[in-house]
Design a protein around this ligand. Structure first.
Ligand SMILES: Cc1cc2nc3c(=O)[nH]c(=O)nc-3n(C[C@H](O)[C@H](O)[C@H](O)COP(=O)(O)OP(=O)(O)OC[C@H]3O[C@@H](n4cnc5c(N)ncnc54)[C@H](O)[C@@H]3O)c2cc1C
Length: 415
């Protein structure tokens, strides 16, 4: 019997694809992990905006085949911009510098062509300077990512965002000057009208929900004897233990000695806000805010994504892992900043809201964390303990990656 820890998308997908018997233990009242959705007062809010870009047709099919009404999934042509001083500049910044005022455009272009292509880089910040030049890095890439990650970017691995970082070489940047908006509008994404939980519900159709034990957390694991102790006091034996909880937490409960300084992450405070009417911004899907004067780094517009007639926003603020977050203390500042940024009007009435703290949200990937995760995951696997998922593998990834990883492990371990 396999014991799955966590009923987020990764844990549920492992259950979907395995032939082994299993039990699932989930500490929250509801399944879904970070793909949970709140539905209230006609608003549909995720744990921060969750949009889907499936690249693998097989993975997409494994989800879509369980969605009864294909019209319940919106296919949206992306419209995302950066609030740069008083202007909106298309995202990604580095490919749209021609939209800046002429002097700033020239600075970016000259710096881009002054890069020493032979210079090496050791960390994320150096990578930004080396690949894009000083002006592009200082005007957007560094201030934005410092707000998001809430850390010194020198501490992050040069490849901290993997394939999610929108790289562009000089040629692509120049060619985009002519394509302009058309190129940045090219990308599409999918979004279930009922929120991210609809994807979880689709997976659940192939999972035995009777064996999901909610409001139960795993407290301790005896890896040698393959026994787990649950918060209910129950002691369980297993053949394989599939953990999707944050990797450092797994190390704690499995009594593994490790260097705690290696693991760092940010926390994201999300405000989901619903207003009485449509606001001034009727076209953006989400906006990026590099300037420190705004409390948030990103704001998304569910109403513009789904064609709704009342403003429905998610607003994201980044914090370091040790900062105390008191959401109420941020609310007035967030609302003022939203007016200042043109996301809402001062007479728009807030009629419903909620806050969520994602902890961890973005893990800080460093050379040391990458190496430590590899070594300790291999060690745990020799005892039948497998750590997978965004936080189980301590990485930056999408739900498609989670589904792929869960499927590959299920295939490997299936009897
Ligand atoms: C701000 C933000 C925006 C994102 N946007 C997107 C997006 O647009 N598109 C996209 O594809 N991906 C996005 N992601 C990534 C996506 O959320 C994750 O890849 C995915 O939700 C991870 O699923 P998981 O099952 O691995 O982990 P989780 O969702 O964290 O699930 C782990 C589960 O384990 C449970 N658990 C924890 N500890 C215990 C314990 N001790 N005992 C029992 N259960 C426990 C938790 O309650 C949880 O249900 C985003 C992530 C963030 C932070």
């Amino acid at each position: 019997m396999d014991l799955i820890i966590g009923a987020g998308i990764t844990g549920l997908c492992y259950a979907l694809f395995t032939n082994n018997g299993y039990r699932i233990v989930e500490k929250e009242k509801e399944i879904g992990g970070y793909c949970r959705t709140t539905k209230r007062n006609g608003f549909v809010w995720d744990y921060s905006g969750h949009f889907f870009h499936f690249q693998d047709p097989e993975i997409m099919e494994s989800i879509m085949s369980n969605i009864e009404d294909p019209d319940s999934i919106a296919n949206v042509t992306k419209n995302t911009s950066i609030k740069y001083k008083t202007k909106l500049v298309d995202y990604p910044f580095q490919k749209n510098i021609h939209q800046l005022p002429q002097e700033e455009f020239i600075d970016c272009l000259v710096d881009l062509f002054s890069i020493d292509s032979k210079a090496g880089f050791q960390n994320f910040k150096e990578m930004l300077y080396c690949k894009f030049g000083k002006s592009i890095a200082d005007k957007f890439l560094i201030p934005y990512n410092e707000k998001l990650y809430a850390c010194n970017l020198n501490n992050l691995d040069k490849d901290a965002m993997g394939r999610f970082f929108p790289y562009a070489d000089k040629e692509q940047i120049i060619l985009n000057f002519r394509k302009g908006k058309a190129a940045s509008y090219n990308d599409t994404f999918m979004y279930p009208r009922g929120g991210a939980i609809e994807y979880v519900n689709a997976v659940l159709k192939g999972v035995d929900s009777n064996v999901i034990q909610k409001e139960t957390s795993i407290k301790s694991i005896d890896i040698q004897n393959k026994k787990a102790v649950l918060s209910s006091g129950e002691e369980m034996e297993y053949d394989n233990l599939i953990s999707t909880i944050p990797f450092p937490k797994l190390l704690e409960i499995a009594h593994i000695d490790y260097d705690r300084n290696i693991y760092s992450w940010n926390k994201v405070l999300v405000f989901n806000l619903g207003f009485d009417k449509k606001g001034p911004n009727t076209t953006s899907h989400w906006l990026y805010f590099p300037e420190k004067k705004y409390s948030f780094y990103r704001v998304g517009f569910y109403d513009n994504i789904l064609g709704q007639d009342r403003t429905s926003l998610y607003v994201e603020l980044g914090f370091s892992k040790d900062e105390e977050i008191i959401p109420e203390q941020w609310k007035d500042k967030v609302l003022d900043d939203l007016v200042d940024a043109g996301c809402i009007s001062s007479d728009d009435k807030l009629i419903d809201s909620e806050t969520i703290i994602m902890d961890p949200a973005y893990v800080h990937i460093t050379e040391a964390s990458k190496n430590n995760v590899i070594v300790l995951k291999e060690y745990l696997e020799t005892f039948g303990v497998y750590s997978i998922g965004r936080y189980g593998s301590w990485t930056y990834c999408s739900i498609e990656d989670n589904i792929k990883e869960a499927k590959a492990l299920a295939n490997k371990l299936s009897n």
